[in-house]
Design a protein around this ligand. Structure first.
Ligand SMILES: C[S@@+](CC[C@H](N)C(=O)[O-])C[C@H]1O[C@@H](n2cnc3c(N)ncnc32)[C@H](O)[C@@H]1O
Length: 243
């Protein structure tokens, strides 16, 4: 079983390691990871969000599958009072991120080097103010669609941990996956699409820096969709329903 992956769940990501880390990279990785790594409790206790960062943050934002970490680093620099959680099982991407966290002396980044689903299951309800899912693996073959991160089950897990009004940002350069994302999100009662006009999802907002993956897709002539959804406010029990 993959570490952090619940028994019986399907593995969603591809490779865990590309080229071997160079000795200096490996040494930095081994020094920094224990300091920045979020470890889940063995007894299933929820993550104690208030103890994750040395300075209590104004809010906590999560990036799922941060790849090389360019977007996460940009956001963490732009929002020093926000605490950032980044999930990425790909060791080389994680190593790149850790290098940047050290170089930029960022105090507001913690990493979960594993499957984001395990972290979602362990976070307390309504604990996140924003979630980024940028260019998740598109798994284009029909027989692999079940590996796509966007699914009814994962949207429910996201809705549980997102605060009322929290934003979910998604991007993809795969037209089939964009259609799939829209279909699943529009069917999910907990999320509302923010877009009013076509530019709202065809033009990258200023506070949404490009990733390396995106730059490659643009060079290769693919169109990108930038989707923003809001977690709808939870329904409060009405007077009649109160005990
Ligand atoms: C196509 S890459 C995009 C990386 C980055 N977001 C970017 O735009 O450059 C998708 C990334 O998601 C990661 N990933 C896939 N499934 C994941 C999961 N269940 N939890 C966390 N990360 C995952 C992969 O390891 C991969 O690095």
């Amino acid at each position: 079983m993959v570490e952090g992956q619940a028994a019986g769940t399907r593995r969603l990501y591809g490779r865990r390691q590309g080229h071997r880390l160079r000795p200096a990279q490996r040494a930095r990785f081994e020094r920094l990871l224990p300091k920045l790594r979020l470890v889940l409790a063995d007894d299933g206790a929820p993550v104690a969000c208030e103890t994750l960062f040395s300075n209590p943050p104004d809010d906590i934002w999560l990036e799922i599958g941060f790849g090389g970490g360019e977007h996460l680093i940009w956001q963490a620099k732009a929002h020093p009072k926000i605490g950032f959680l980044g999930c990425e099982p790909f060791v080389n991407g994680l190593a790149r991120l850790l290098t940047q966290v050290e170089a930029e002396k960022l105090q507001n980044v913690r990493v979960f080097p594993d499957d984001a689903r395990a972290l979602l299951a362990a976070l307390p309800p309504a604990s996140l103010g924003r979630v980024f899912l940028l260019f998740p693996d598109p798994w284009p073959k029909t027989r692999h669609h079940k590996r796509r991160f966007v699914s009814e089950e994962n949207l429910q897990a996201l809705a549980r941990v997102m605060k009322d009004g929290a934003e979910l940002r998604l991007a993809s350069d795969d037209a089939g996956y964009v259609e799939w994302m829209l279909r699943h999100l529009l069917a999910a009662a907990d999320f509302a699409w923010e877009a009013k006009v076509s530019a709202d999802w065809h033009v990258r907002p200023a506070d949404w820096p490009p990733t390396r993956y995106e730059a490659k897709a643009v060079r290769e002539g693919r169109e990108i969709a930038y989707l923003r959804f809001r977690r709808r406010p939870r329904r409060r029990p009405g007077r009649a329903e109160k005990g």
